[in-house]
Design a protein around this ligand. Structure first.
Ligand SMILES: O=C(O)[C@H]1O[C@H](OP(=O)(O)OP(=O)(O)OC[C@H]2O[C@@H](n3ccc(=O)[nH]c3=O)[C@H](O)[C@@H]2O)[C@H](O)[C@@H](O)[C@H]1O
Length: 431
């Protein structure tokens, strides 16, 4: 019986010759074979188990990467496309870099309000209080604008955004701003204003269709130029700060991409932009804060005791200039990295055309805040400042009817109103 069972379990091949001794050997062989194959089966089982564990682990890993990343995924792409949806005929789909920045926020809102599609990107760095950037982001979110948290140096992210949306325009405002900070952290200027710009241009040049690009240069490119007012054709080869030098480099770099790849480029030289939701590192903002807190302010004075002056430009005028530039930007001529013909290349001054001295700026703030400033007047340190700026805006006026309408007195009143309400002061202070 046992033998039968054994034979059943290990049936001999038909016609196989069997002997008694051979039978015993056969049994030992079978026993041995049985244990080897059991081990083999176990080994197989363990290998399979390990393999499935490892593949499950890698699935979990990639899954968690997929879901925990601040970008990527089907849901994310859907949000990007929703935000880029155009709600007017002939409208544009605009990628706004630096969207949680001062100018970026205002431009994004203006575009969205008139029915254009807007997707923002911002790295929320800590150059100044990131909570202000977060508050601007909330404002944008409330208007249906998605702000992706990411850096313009992240080419994969930018490419992914272009995969999701065929942006018609890029409004490139992400930058390391501030003239004097360049002495403290020079690398951040190279990283944002040069490396980041090139990464963005690389993605734009390869996109199909290529977008038209409007980007923020700066009045600081005029550097030590003494001819006033500053015209776009004036020399810009004497920068006084690394900030100015990186913006000037940006103008040359964008020209290269225009020339080689047919990207449509418009550079905007902003002149000391101010207003609600502004930048805390700028003089009008930090003066307001210090005056209200009873702290002294440092007012720089130029050579021979001449007051410094700026062509302070109100944010709403700048927004009109940005939208005018976007509206008149011609299409890029290339596609997928190949130029098909010459493309538009423009540079505009966006200023106010009426410079005001820094002491006069302080006078206006004192009137609006009804507080006397404690002025500490010092000679301008050699840290990148220029003595004055003054824009000739006739080119922008000709091309798209740019006409600033807000003087410093009016603009600062609006700024102070916003400041008091945002930081929780009594609004009775302002006239
Ligand atoms: O047009 C631009 O392209 C640039 O504009 C802005 O630079 P600036 O014109 O230098 O503005 P801002 O710092 O407000 O100083 C204003 C005046 O106050 C003086 N100033 C400044 C600080 C201080 O403590 N005391 C002082 O007298 C100072 O000497 C100056 O005379 C942007 O910051 C810059 O990112 C860039 O966009």
């Amino acid at each position: 019986m046992p033998q039968l069972l054994e034979d059943e379990l290990f049936p001999s091949t038909p016609g196989k010759f069997k002997m008694e001794r051979g039978h015993t050997m056969n049994r030992q062989f079978h026993r041995c074979f049985a244990s080897t194959s059991t081990m083999f089966l176990w080994a197989l089982f363990l290998i399979a188990l390990t393999a499935s564990y490892l593949s499950f682990q890698s699935f979990v890993d990639s899954g968690s990467r997929y879901f925990s990343a601040s970008w990527g995924g089907i849901q994310w792409e859907k949000q990007v496309r929703n935000s880029a949806q155009i709600h007017r005929s002939g409208g544009m789909a605009v990628l706004v870099t630096g969207a949680a920045g001062f100018v970026g926020t205002h431009v994004s809102l203006a575009l969205k309000k008139r029915g254009d599609g807007v997707v923002g990107i911002d790295n929320f760095n800590s150059y100044y209080d990131p909570s202000l950037k977060r508050a601007r982001k909330s404002l944008l979110n409330n208007h249906g604008i998605l702000v992706v948290e990411g850096d313009v140096n992240d080419g994969r992210l930018l490419a992914k955004l272009f995969d999701a949306v065929a942006f018609t325009h890029v409004m490139h405002l992400a930058a390391q701003a501030g003239v004097r900070y360049a002495m403290e952290n020079p690398q951040s200027y190279v990283q944002s204003n040069i490396a980041g710009l090139v990464t963005l241009l690389e993605v734009c040049k390869s996109a199909n269709p290529q977008p038209a690009i409007v980007w923020a240069s700066s009045s600081s490119v005029y550097g030590l130029n003494e001819k006033v007012p500053f015209s776009e054709s004036d020399r810009t080869d004497q920068p006084a700060s690394l900030y100015a030098a990186t913006k000037k480099a940006g103008e040359e770099i964008t020209h290269t991409y225009n020339h080689i790849y047919g990207l449509s480029i418009t550079g905007l030289r902003f002149f000391t932009v101010y207003g609600p939701w502004g930048r805390p590192d700028m003089a009008y903002f930090s003066f307001t804060r210090n005056i209200l807190q009873g702290k002294s302010i440092t007012v720089y004075r130029g050579k021979n005791q001449v007051d410094l002056a700026r062509d302070f430009t109100y944010i709403d005028d700048i927004v009109k200039g940005c939208l005018g530039s976007l509206d008149t930007a011609k299409r890029s001529t290339g596609s997928g990295g190949k130029k098909r013909g010459p493309a538009q290349y423009r540079i505009f001054n966006l200023g106010n055309t009426s410079p005001v001295t820094v002491p006069e700026l302080v006078n206006i703030l004192e009137r609006h805040l009804k507080v006397k400033a404690k002025r500490n007047i010092v000679d301008m340190p050699g840290n990148g400042d220029v003595p004055f700026t003054h824009a000739n805006i006739s080119y922008a006026q000709r091309e798209f009817g740019y006409k600033p309408t807000t003087d410093l007195q009016t603009g600062l009143k609006k700024f102070v109103r916003w400041y008091l309400s945002y930081y929780g002061y009594s609004s009775k202070i302002v006239n």
